[in-house]
Design a protein around this ligand. Sequence first.
Ligand code: UD1
Ligand code: CA
Length: 455
Amino acid sequence: MKGLALVLAAGKGTRMKSSGPKVMQSLLGKPMLWYVVQTLTQVLAKDVYPVVGYAKEQILAYFKDWDLRFIEQEEQLGTGHAVQCAWPLIEEQKVDYVLVINGDTPLVQVEYVLSLIQAIRAGYDLVFLSLELADPGSYGRVVRDKDGKVLKIVEAKDCPPDLKTREINAGIYGFSIDFLSKTLFQLTNNNAQKEYYITDLVQLAIEQGYKVKAINAGTDKALLGVNTLEELVEQEEWLRKQIIKKWLKQGVLLRSGQHLVIGPEVELEPGAEVEGPAKIMGKSKLTKTAWIGSYVYIEDSFIAGKIYEFSHIVGAKVAPGANIGPYARLRPGAIVEDMARVGNFVEMKKTVLGPKSKASHLTYLGDCEVEDEVNIGAGTITCNYDGQKKHKTIIRKGAFIGSNTALVAPVEIGNNALVGAGSTITKNVEDNTVVVARAKQVVIRKKRDELGAKK
Ligand code: UD1
Ligand code: CA
């Protein structure tokens, strides 16, 4: 059986009261739509098609590197209309079933998607997921007869006051192609919102004798749709806790879990330790030898060493045995090799700090290549930018850079060279030489009356 999935993502999200399309609102740094597409592609590979409309450029730009085909719903006339817009594609793909998932249900899991497909395989024509909520709020209500058989879904705005049910529609559906081709264009917009509701397909199915199944997922928070900012941060918080639990179970020691944020794409090896509070985001990886102190921010970085408190690390690589911080800043392209040391108030960008080399205090290294066993004194600055271009600094093995040195790039310091403190180096320094480039100390005796005045 061949199927495809549509992700409904064309709406504005008026209830968010924010600009941009709702499905691009993010949880732990990733848009809601990213989660849904990610989950669906695990099951259906390339057969996942987001339906976009409102501010679609933003969505297309975000997913530009993905092999995804988007469907356009120019005017947002309702969730049923969104599926109608995809009808030419559905016909072209010659599928046996169609899944439809609201793009604002970010945390739906693979198992649920599989359960829909299973029901279709078992001969159901329409299957959807439902939830039990203490307060059904603005969600569509599932209406059953006295024997518990599903009759229809009634939207909150069309709901008669005497309809008392706590079972709501999660907005995640499966349809057989036979059913969909017969009923999709029978939808009307005779309702409070003057919209074509996908949910009306349930009543059409019942009336026309199709097999309908509601899979009741109990109170699983993963299936809650997100309409407001309040719901967004609630779902984010729930996901955050799930991620912490998952890693703890796998042998990663995460302390102060209540103040720890770990993004969904982060990879942690058992044995890694995080003190928390901390934020570890993007495609970061911590290996089994990594140790992260409190108040650290890490993004898109590979960490095998120790990161001390209050360090900020983005796009960097830290080898095992390397120590960073406290108060260090590693920017994209910073590579700290084995047993190297980066101390407080040191900033590195596009710079390799070789094995056993040290930059312990108050230093800027930009566009710099530092070989092994180099000592960079406090206050050393690479002057890498001339106002137009960036230039490189190379510091060879065993060199010693005295404190408060300015290295005006492009410049190279040779093996075992020693640069005297306070130097401004503008020319290459040869191997095994000592170089001092600073103003000579001058002694001037004070005049007699000046000495008197001081007394
Ligand atoms: C919808 C369901 C409701 C269910 C709830 C679950 C309908 C009519 N109602 O309500 O039964 O309980 O989800 O979360 O479907 N969209 C489009 N095009 C449109 C309209 C919406 O693509 O013309 C997209 C939106 O961007 C959104 C999704 O469809 O991602 C759901 O739309 P939304 O307006 O949020 O529906 P709800 O009122 O939440
Ligand atoms: Ca919604």
